[in-house]
Design a protein around this ligand. Structure first.
Ligand code: HMG
Ligand code: MG
Length: 312
């Protein structure tokens, strides 16, 4: 029975303002980003990744990271995080008042090189300049491993390599490692296989899962992860998202789709779906195109039908 293998509660880690906006061709003005993040922080979400302190020549969409971080309203019960690749990024994160950051690397060398201009070994060495200095200032550090389920340049990725990286990162005192299906190639059987190997070495509470929905499998993949004990799910409102250094990558699992599924199965997330849909509509207007979330479309359709019936 599926229901017997579900937890009572799941934590949603919203990545739309970062993973979503890093991939948009239209630049969203800083003030609009701040309003969007403030709106997300009022939906009941407890974790929102708001930006990246990376080289603005690499990700111009997030060049205003310090202003965004300084501009958002802090709420008790809501943790803001941001990507940090190196010491310079940490300095900016501190300037922005961040209390949580996330480091990132890939499980495949070619994607890692294209994304951060370093080998995997060099990237891990550079983390020494980030993790302990951050922790010494009271900043929690999360980590991502990207291309866990396939690399756009190298194809298949060995799950044992992923497990080794997860162990290394946890050994460096990050509090959680998020496993990224950067280009959305994973399938549920593969998720089970990879998680079995990773979970042989580390507890599920130290993991998060991060699926992109390029081929429509993100929700199914996510359900497998939850049934295997992972209770932190990365998602992006509206299904925004993608990595500019991973050709073919498209949006993340849509936050409202996963929250709606979990709600319907009696798994608590603490997130208000109606408020989430309002955030989706707001960011769709700002990026200037429709977003892929299925729940949003169904919800707006139902609302429009109800309005028509009210008039007739
Ligand atoms: P680099 O060019 O090798 O850096 O970039 P460098 O150390 O040689 O420095 C070159 C210049 O960059 C210098 O400036 C530095 O000051 C500057 P200059 O002297 O030429 O004027 N610089 C910086 N500026 C601002 N902030 C910084 C910073 N660092 C150096 N932190 C670097 C190396 C890592 C910085 C670059 O490759 C980079 O910014 N990459 C970011 C790529 C990125 O953000 N990709 C998307 C996120 S990953 C993802 O989406 C996957 C994920 O969602 C999970 C999944 O889906 O699987 C997380
Ligand atoms: Mg991503």
């Amino acid at each position: 029975m599926i229901v017997e293998r579900l937890p009572g509660r799941v934590t949603i880690y919203e990545v739309g303002p970062r993973d979503g906006l890093q991939n948009e061709s239209r630049m969203v003005p800083t003030a609009d980003k701040i309003s969007f993040i403030n709106q997300l922080a009022r939906t009941g979400l407890s974790h929102v990744e708001i930006t990246s302190f990376v080289n603005p020549r690499w990700i111009p969409q997030l060049a205003d990271a310090v202003d965004v971080a300084r501009g958002v309203e802090r709420h008790p019960g809501v943790t803001f995080s941001a990507l940090v690749p190196n010491r310079k990024g940490l300095e900016s994160a501190v300037e922005g008042g961040m209390k949580e950051i996330a480091i990132f690397l890939s499980a495949s060398e070619t994607h890692n090189k294209k994304n951060v201009n370093k080998t995997i070994a060099e990237t891990i060495s550079a983390f020494e300049e980030v993790i302990e200095p951050a922790r010494a200032q009271g900043i929690r550090v999360r980590a991502y491993v990207s291309t866990v389920f396939g690399c756009p340049y190298e194809g298949p990725v060995d799950p044992r390599r992923v497990a080794g990286l997860v162990t290394t990162l946890l050994g460096m005192n990050v509090f959680q490692v998020s496993l990224g299906d950067t280009i959305g190639v994973a399938n549920p059987a593969q998720v089970e296989r990879v998680l079995e190997i990773v979970l042989a070495d580390v507890p599920a509470k130290d993991l998060a899962i991060h699926f992109h929905d390029t081929r429509g499998t993100a929700l199914a993949n996510c359900l497998v992860g939850i049934m295997m004990g992972v209770t932190t799910i990365d998602a992006a409102v509206g299904g925004l998202g993608g990595c500019p250094y991973a050709p073919g990558a498209s949006g993340n699992l849509a936050t409202e789709d996963v929250v709606a599924m979990l709600d319907a199965m009696g798994v608590e997330t603490g997130v208000d779906l109606d408020k989430l849909v309002e955030c989706s509509q707001a960011i769709a207007a700002l990026v200037g195109h429709d977003l892929p979330s299925k729940y949003m479309k169904a919800h707006l359709g139902a609302r429009a039908r109800a309005a028509c019936q009210g008039k007739s």
